[in-house]
Structure formats: structure tokens, C-alpha cells
Ligand binder design. Structure first.
Ligand code: ACO
Length: 444
């Protein structure tokens, strides 16, 4: 209930009739303000109306790392961490992994609806026929040092694509938007595979238009002298499922980076290069790499009890366990777990994989982990699958970037069509000196 002194804190002053409101008393002035609550949020700009006097700038909210700030409305990814739910455009990842494939899921994410038969055929044709890159892109990649990190190569090359498609600068043109979406989704596996082969000193392998999206990626990675590479369908399916599971995860660090950079109205290739950069960081896309490094350190199954003691004594972290959002289980991990065995049937077990299986079993039997609700997350299993496929750990994040491209593109499209968005420009609390007198270098 608003007091006599209640003021409209909102700049538009239009909240008086709202039932869902928040009353705030500013104890500096004794004034009470009422703010509208919509969908569990209050508008940060409404705080600006809370002032000690007319000259006051107004209150700001302070939220380092955006831990409690919604920066956009979105219709793409929905997460319920407690219930272990992840949906794209309202479809659960369980249903998509069972009935769909990555290309169809990418269409859904980018365009908002599942495609009709004709729409899917057209989409598949377009993606398949845009997998080739300009020969100068290949030359650009050849210029990297022999041991360049493939993620660094990917990041620079995605940015460089903007120079090959200058029409994409016209970010409001629907045809250009569509072409950028198609090109990015189509070319990302080509760039990823070229980066892989560059590291090995192998000739780059060109796309094969007869193969499906995941099959073609496997072919570009592993094809040698054979006339045609024929991937095992179990490997292609496991990769496709991993692609579906990594397609979007709402406003994570790399998506936020794409939106932030995209808000400047730069072209989509530059915006998505920012997403690749953010994903490169070990706190984001690098966790599955850490799982494999941990297994390397453990060395043999005999060392598992000692390792787990180290975890309990807080000398170590069990990488690939626990999640900030999913506290009961990671729905992506539950789905991909089933494919690990299938992949191992094809590739055979390695000692590292045996350690992983035993480590998981023992951790899930241990109260330390069950009490804290620590279960394997998607990275525990994705790392195992990439390892079984023979991928070097440096490539793990690159493979993550391939499917996340559809999420980045979908979110970028949402951004450029959203009238409420403007150039992203956070505020700060200035904590430094003021009005100092300059001191000449000889007197310092
Ligand atoms: N190994 C050992 N203990 C752990 C782990 C772990 N992996 N994760 C959490 N804990 C413990 C914490 O020490 C804490 O114990 P305490 O209450 O006795 O102090 C308790 O479990 C709760 O953990 P929090 O740190 O509060 O969990 P938070 O949500 O902050 O962290 C995180 C989540 C960062 C993912 C964490 O579980 C972790 O570091 N896991 C390993 C890294 C990893 O696998 N990351 C990938 C996540 S999936 C993805 O990003 C795609």
C-alpha cells in the first residue's frame, strides 16, 4: 500500500494501477516508491526515479557479473535448474534428441518453429551448399603457426568472414540475415576441421555434400586417402546428439558477448566471433578439457581412492561434476550418457575411459557427492566422447562452438529485431581518485 508520500518511481509514471508492485522506502528521504513487478522482475530504470534531490542522478543497481539481472526477453532457451529442464522454443531436449537432428533443431532455434518437409529440405540444401569457404579463408588459416590453438584460429577466422560477406553489414535486411545464419551454421564445421588438420600438418579436407551435417564434419576431420569417408552411424548420431544438447543455453557468457557486441549494430560475423572468444575461456567452454586433464593426472584406477580423498579434503575438484544451475541433475548429461557406450563399442575402451567410468561409479556411491547433489554434468560425458573419437583436448571447445553457433545466431536475430534493445552500456561505481593536480615526471 502506498503512503501519502508515495511517488511514481518509473520514468513513465504509469504504475499506479498495477497489482503486482514493490513498495520501497528510501530512508534517506522518507519517501516511498511503488514499482511494477512484471514476470518476477522490476525495471532497473525505475530506480532512477529514486533521488535525494532533483540534482541527484538517481539510484542504480550494482550487479557484477550480472548474477541477478535479466538483460533481454527471449523466446529461445528455457531452463529450470531445479527440475532439470532445458527446452528450445518450448520443445524439451529429450524430445529433440529422440526425434530430431541438429540441423532441424538449428532451424527451430533460428526461425522459431519446426520446419515443414519443404522448409527442411530447403534448409538442408542451403546449409549443405554453403559449407565451402573462399579459398582465401583457407590461405588465411594456413598462415597460422603449426601449433596454433584451434580455438584461436576459429575465433579469428569467424571474424574474418565479415570481410568476405560485406553485405552482412546491412543487419536489418532479412535476406542478409538469413544468408549470415546459413553461412555461419554451414561453415563452422569446415573451419573447425581445417583448424584440426592444420595442427596435424594434414591437407585440409573439403566438405562432402552427400553426407549429413555430423557425417560431413567427421569426414572433414578424419578422411585420408580413401575415395569416400564412411562414418560409423553410431558415431555420427552421438555427435549429432551432442550438437543438439549444446545448441543453446540462454544468456550464458558467450551468448551475452554476442548480444553485447551485436548491440553496436556490427555485422553478425563480428558479433559471433565475440561469442567464440568468450567460449574459449576455461570457465566457459573449457570444462570438458579439464575433465580429460584430471583423468590424465589420476593415471590408473588404483589412484581413484586417493584422488577422491583429495577432493574431499578440498585439494582437488572433481571436474565434470556439479553445475551452477542444475542442482538435481543435468538433463543433457542424462541423455548423452546413453551414447557413451555406443561410441565405445565402435572405438574400443581406452585406459582413460576406464578411469572415468570407475571414478563416476565411486563418486555416485559416496555421501560427500550425493549429499551435495553433485552429479556428472554434460562435460563429463562430452569429453569422454571426444576423447574416444580421437580428438585432442584442444579441439573440445571448438566442437562446442559448432552447434552453439545456431544459438548465437538465433539470439543475434532476436536482438536485432527487438525494439527495446539499444547499445549495451553498463554503468559503474567510480571508485578512483578525483580532481588531482598533475605532477611533473621529475617530481614524482
Ligand atoms: N568437486 C568437488 N566438490 C564440489 C564440486 C566438484 N566438482 N562442485 C561443487 N562442490 C562442492 C563445493 O565445494 C561445495 O561444498 P561445501 O558446501 O562443503 O563448501 C558444494 O559442493 C556446493 O558447491 P558450489 O561451489 O556452491 O556450487 P556452484 O554452483 O558454485 O558451482 C560448479 C558449480 C562451478 C559447476 C562446480 O560444481 C564445479 O566447479 N564443477 C567442476 C567444474 C565443471 O565441471 N564445470 C562444468 C559445468 S557444466 C558447463 O558449464 C557446460
Amino acid at each position: 500500500m502506498a503512503s501519502e508520500q508515495t511517488q511514481q518511481a518509473g520514468e513513465d509514471g504509469g504504475v499506479a494501477t498495477a497489482q503486482e508492485t514493490l513498495s520501497i522506502t528510501d530512508n534517506r528521504t522518507g519517501e516511498t516508491y511503488e514499482m511494477e513487478i512484471t514476470e518476477g522482475t522490476v525495471r532497473a530504470m525505475d530506480f532512477r526515479g529514486i533521488k535525494v534531490n532533483e540534482d541527484d542522478f538517481g539510484l542504480m543497481t550494482y550487479d557484477p557479473a550480472f548474477k541477478n539481472t535479466a538483460s533481454t526477453r527471449s523466446k529461445i532457451g528455457y531452463i529450470d535448474g531445479e527440475a532439470g529442464i532445458l527446452e528450445y522454443r518450448g520443445y524439451s531436449i529429450e524430445q529433440l534428441c529422440e526425434h530430431s537432428n541438429y540441423l532441424e533443431t538449428a532451424y527451430l532455434i533460428v526461425n522459431g518453429e519446426l520446419p515443414s518437409k519443404d522448409e527442411y529440405a530447403q534448409w538442408e540444401h542451403e546449409i549443405t551448399h554453403h559449407t565451402y569457404v573462399h579459398e582465401n579463408v583457407k590461405k588465411l588459416m594456413e598462415g597460422f603457426r603449426y601449433d596454433a590453438h584451434p580455438m584461436g584460429m576459429l575465433q579469428s577466422t569467424v571474424g574474418a568472414l565479415s570481410t568476405f560477406y560485406p553485405g552482412a553489414n546491412n543487419i536489418t535486411d532479412e535476406h542478409e540475415q538469413h544468408m549470415a545464419a546459413v553461412r555461419l551454421i554451414a561453415k563452422m564445421p569446415t573451419l573447425a576441421a581445417f583448424a584440426y588438420r592444420h595442427n596435424l600438418g594434414l591437407p585440409y579436407s573439403y566438405p562432402d555434400n552427400d553426407l549429413s551435417y555430423p557425417e560431413n564434419f567427421l569426414s572433414m576431420l578424419f578422411k585420408m586417402a580413401e575415395w569416400k569417408y564412411e562414418p560409423d552411424p553410431r558415431l555420427a548420431r552421438a555427435l549429432d546428439v551432442l550438437f543438439i544438447l549444446h545448441a543453446d543455453h540462454e544468456q550464458n557468457a558467450s551468448t551475452a558477448a554476442v548480444r553485447n557486441v551485436g548491440s553496436t549494430q556490427v555485422d553478425p560475423y563480428s558479433a559471433i566471433a565475440a561469442g567464440v572468444s568468450a567460449l574459449y575461456g576455461p570457465l566457459h567452454g573449457g570444462a570438458n578439457e579439464q575433465v580429460l586433464r584430471m583423468l590424465d593426472r589420476i593415471g590408473t584406477t588404483d589412484n581413484i581412492p586417493d584422488f577422491l580423498e583429495g577432493v574431499k579434503n578440498r585439494e582437488e575438484r572433481l571436474m565434470g561434476f556439479g553445475h551452477r544451475v542444475y542442482k538435481n541433475y543435468d538433463p543433457r548429461a542424462r541423455i548423452i550418457k546413453h551414447h557413451v557406450d555406443e561410441v565405445l563399442e565402435v572405438t574400443g575402451k581406452s585406459p582413460k575411459l576406464e578411469i572415468a567410468v570407475e571414478l563416476e561409479k565411486r563418486a555416485l556411491d559416496d555421501e560427500f557427492f550425493t549429499e551435495r547433489k553433485l552429479y556428472p554434468n554434460v562435460d563429463y560425458y562430452s569429453g569422454l566422447i571426444y576423447e574416444a573419437l580421437g580428438m585432442p583436448t584442444d579441439m573440445f571447445t571448438v566442437i562446442f562452438a559448432i552447434p552453439r553457433t545456431s544459438g548465437w545466431v538465433g539470439q543475434w536475430l532476436e536482438l536485432v529485431k527487438d525494439d527495446e534493445q539499444a547499445i549495451a552500456r553498463p554503468r559503474q561505481i567510480y571508485d578512483g581518485y578525483r580532481e588531482r593536480e598533475y605532477v611533473g615526471i621529475d617530481e614524482r
